[in-house]
Each structure stands twice: as structure tokens, then as C-alpha cells.
Design a protein around this ligand. Sequence first.
Ligand code: BGC
Length: 699
Amino acid sequence: MVLALVLCGSLFTPAADAESERLAEAMTPAERVTLLRGEKGVRSAGYVPGVVRLAIPALQETDASLGIANADNLRRGDVATALPSSLSLASTWDPGVAERDGTILGDEAWRKGFNVLLGPGLNLARDPRNGRNFEYLGEDPLLAGTLAGAEICGIQSRHVVATVKHFAMNDQETGRDVLSADIGDAAMRESDLLAFELALETGHPGAVMCAYNRVNGTYACENSHLLDDILKGAWSFPGWVMSDWGAVRDARAPDAGLDQESAHTLDRVAVDFSAIPQARLIEMNRRILRSMLAVGLFEAPTLRSPIDYVAHAADALDAAQRGIVVLKNDGVLPLGRQIHRIAVIGGHADAGVLSGGGSAQVLPVGRAMAIPLGGDGASLAFYDRSPPLAALRALAPGTAFSFSTGRYASEAAALAHRADVAIVFATQWLAEGKDAPDLSLPDGQDALVDAVAAANPRTIVVLETGNPVAMPWLDRVAGVVEAWYPGQRGGEAIAGVLTGAVDPSGRLPITFPAAESQLVHPDLPGLDQLLWLTAGGLRGDALAVAMQPFSVEYSEGSDVGYRRYQIAGLKPLFAFGHGLSYTTFRYGGFHVTPGPMLTATFDVTNTGPRRGTDTPQLYLTGHPGGPAMRLLGWSHVTLDPGQTRSVTIAADPHVLADFDEALNAWAIPKGTYEVSLGSASDALQAHAVAAIAGRQLPR
Ligand code: BGC
């Protein structure tokens, strides 16, 4: 089953507008600061006091996109549904799953007493080493923006304000407090900002969180171009801008568009509210109140109440199954009946599945197993207790399983040698605040895979990673499955795909590079400096203070990820959009109809042996200005063997258009456009051209 496309209307009604104005005007000058200055939460991320005299409720803020977070176990033992990572969600390419995830987040937040959710995260995955990519929705603005919009609809349907973050260009963690992301206006509008623009257009979130970093030299939370000119000006965003925790550096940041200082004790420079004109203070309050009223925080105050964790767990399982991407299959998958002995190796597959760390860390229903990591000793990796090994046993009852932790490659290889198939679980733990220094799997896991594959060519690697990784052993293994951080029922989801109980339908939302040399910045900007300072013993605040500012040149402009690979002729390890099914599909009769809405129509036939879901993708491949590569749209088709269906995809006008700096508007230039249909960005199968008259998009 494929979930439906989501469109929710704006909640910002004239009534919310009028009432917010009345309340903001009715506040005394002292009260006008109350809603504008947040506290660091004692039991969650944040808290903003209400105004009792005017019956304005307090804001209870919680992270975030993968479940109601309980990082550091601040609320002792308070579990929540741990959803698969956002990269897994993005791999479903399904706004219906995003909306359902959002509804779960909103529902659990509300029933736990939270009325503001600090998500979804929406930074484009410009660098596959970014430690927070697992909290984001991949590298394409249309895919990420569409999914975020749907997630926001779900969150706010439960009377919880959604906060899109981190606005903008917080695309790496290394040096996030000091770096400047440098990019031209048009390029920024056509990439990272387009994702936000689309999410705002479809989801109408109540809040936006400005980021830690600088953009073109100016910190994001004091960047009037981003906040005033674009967000509130060009996009007419009616909600409020809150700062990230500790991201304020200018006492007059509200002059540039900041409306609320979060967790003010964390800021190096506090906002000086006494210096802000009353009219602006009223406007800041109005924006916050308008969102609170629009989303229903007054009418439907939170109520601590039981959560249907069983239903949510079923949805978490379904989401995880859809988010798994089969990258390579030499016929070893799905595991057939002729397989009698399976060696399962590594990744704590006997105990659970990995989750990502930092502010988004959820304490899952069913609890987690904490594994201390080396290095500074402060980090714990949490494994949701959904062991793939037990799940495999349940789905393949006649099969004999053996397990090796993988600590000793020789032992694992010996086990693999005696089995019909070996499955290596390889993990990459990532967390807020740290990037991966390179693309390798850590802790010698590449050598482990090599040793196992040498002992048994029928080796399958299951990846639980927060990012794309390099695979030096790719040619020597028979199958590779990317399960991401699959959430609290991830083990069952993996077993479902491996055994074929589930037909895999995930497609990559991010390019897997062949090597670091293919990256825009082969050396991660700022990493040298960071390593130098940490080698000198600096940690935490001292480290943050010592980091010297640097710039990250976004020389790729708006050609993020696959766009750049295709245009530059770079061959990735696995391309954006790639993902295998256990059946096969054929496309036919592709043609394009120009007009105000360019549409493509074609047939999809299931030519394989079983029912499966395909994700045909429509790309712009030629543009009046020259070669191009942009995802214009996609569809989902679930077909029985031999079945054919006609599919129509309408190209999103924002992606067809360029941002014209001189006009300060989106414009579709007149000329000839080439549009291509493919099963992945590097597997284009049919092409058509269309003449377009050219027009400016309405603002
Ligand atoms: C993160 C935000 C998060 C906030 C509150 C910050 O460190 O960047 O994403 O919402 O903390 O926990």
C-alpha cells in the first residue's frame, strides 16, 4: 500500500490574526518580554513562561524529528516511540509516511504535555559526513521540502506547533558556531532555501528555528536577509523565529528578525529587550501568539493522557520497512528456503539496532542498550531493543543461526565459512555536534567484512548508518542493504526485507560517493583545526571558544548531491534515487505535455515474479541555459506481476524555474526543456523535449 499525498491548509485564520493583535496590545511592557525569552528546560529542551493574567499558556518545548526525545534521561524512564531516522523516512519518498510520523510526534508530544515540537530538521545533506544528516531529509530540495511539509501537517494536526530547523545552511557540525556558509543568492534560493520554502508552503509551520552558523558572513539568527527579506518578506511567513539553543550573539538580533530567544542562559550575548522598540516587541509577541492560536494551543491545551504505543509501534515498523534500501543484490536476497545455516555477525545484532545521538535521542519504548564508545569516553551509543537476530529466527524457523560479535575477524570468518550465507551488520554511530571525519565504517568493520566475504562469497552487509559510507569490499559481497537507524522495530523490519516477507521499496535520498575525492570538499572544512585543538586537550565550551572562524565555500551552488554528480559526470558508488526491489519494472510510452503545468505520462509494468512498489522519477535534464539535473517529481506504483498502470507526474514549477536575482523572483525561462524518466538519477530510461513559453511564478 502506498500512502496518499498530503496537503493541509493553512491554520493561520483571520481570527488568529485579530486575537493575536488584541492580546499583544493588551500586554503591559513587562509582560511583553515574557513570551520572548525562553528558559532551558529542566525536564526537556525548553520552556517559555506564559502570561497568566491574559490566560496565555506557557510553551513546553521538546525535541524532535525521530520521536519525543529524552536525551540524558531528563525525565527518568520516560519512553516514546522511536521512529526510524529522517534519512530512512526520506528513503520512502512517501509524504503519507511523513505525515503519519508527524501525527505520531504530535500526538505523543501533546499527551506528554508538550505544545511545541522542535522539528522537523530540514538542512540539505550537502556533505555526507555531516553528523546530523540522520535528522534531515536528504539532499534534494523537492523531496526534503515535500516530506517536511507533510510531517508538519501531521504534527500540527495534534495542536502542537512544528518548528522547521535549522534556518539555514547548518550543513555540518564541525565549527558550526564559527563557520560561514558562503553561497550566492540564487543558488541558495534554488537549493537549501527551496526546501524550506516548499515545506512552509505545504505545511504552514508555526515556528522556524534559526541556525548556529553564519551565512555569507552574518550569523543566521541576526541575518536580516534570511529572516526579514526572505522568510518574512518574500515568503510572508506569519509565524515566529526562535533561536537555536545558544545561537544568539547580538543583543539587537530582533532588529534583524529574531522573535524569540530560546534557553537564554545559554547565549553568549543576551538579547537586550530594553533596547527594542515597543512596536517591534508587540510584533514579536503577535507572531508567537498567532501561531499558538492558529495551531490550537489555547483551545486544545495539552492533556497528560495514555499513548497508544502499540499502534504507533506498528506504524514505526511499517515506516522502517519502507525506508530500507537494497543497494546491491547478486541473487542472494531474499533468503531462500534452500538456505539452512546463516551466520549473523557484528553490529550487536543479537541485542538491537543503532540509533543516532544528541538532542534528538529518544528513549524508546522497550528501552535501549547503551554501549560506551571510546575516545573522550562521554558518548554512549543507544541500541533500540529490536534484535535482527531474533527477528530473523522468527521469520526463518527452519534455519540454524550462529552469531559472532565480530570483534575477532578470524572467529567471524570461521563461522561464515560453515554457513550457507553470512550477514554482517555494520554500524556507524553519529550524533549532533560531531561529523564523521571521512566516509569509512569505523572500528575496523571494513576489515571484518573483507574477512567474512573471503570466507563466504554469499555475504550480505546490512548497514545501520547515519550517512552514506564507502564500501571498499563492494565487489566481494553478494548483497548490501541500507537500513539507516531503523527505530524501535528496526530489527523486525530488516528481517522482513532479508527474508522477503516485505518487498523492499526504499530509494536513496542521498548520493553514496565512491570516495572522498568526489566530494565538494574532500577534506571536511574545519576538521584540521578541530583535531588540533582537541589534541591539545580542549573540550566543550573551551573548545567552542577556541575555534577560529572559517568559511565554507559552496562552490557547487544549487547543484547539491546528484545534480553535481550527473552534470560533472562523476560516477558515485550508488546514485540518488537508486534502490532495488525483488521484482522488476519496465517503463513505456513516455511523453510530455507542456502547458502551464508540465506533465509527463508513461506506463509502468511489473515484469518480475512478485508484487512490488516502484518509484519512477522525473528529472529535468536539459534547460534553455544548458545542461541541468533536477528532480521534478515522482510517483509510487504498487503492481502485481504482469500488471501495467499509466502514471502521470506533474513537474513542480519551482524546480523548473530559476531564481532570478535581478527580478528577485522565480522565473521559468522561455525555451526548450528536456525531461527524463528514470528509476534513479543515473538510470534515465526515456527522454522527451518540450517547448515552454516562459513566465514568472506568482509570489
Ligand atoms: C539543537 C537543536 C535542538 C536544541 C534543543 C540544539 O543543540 O541544534 O536542534 O532543538 O538544541 O535541544
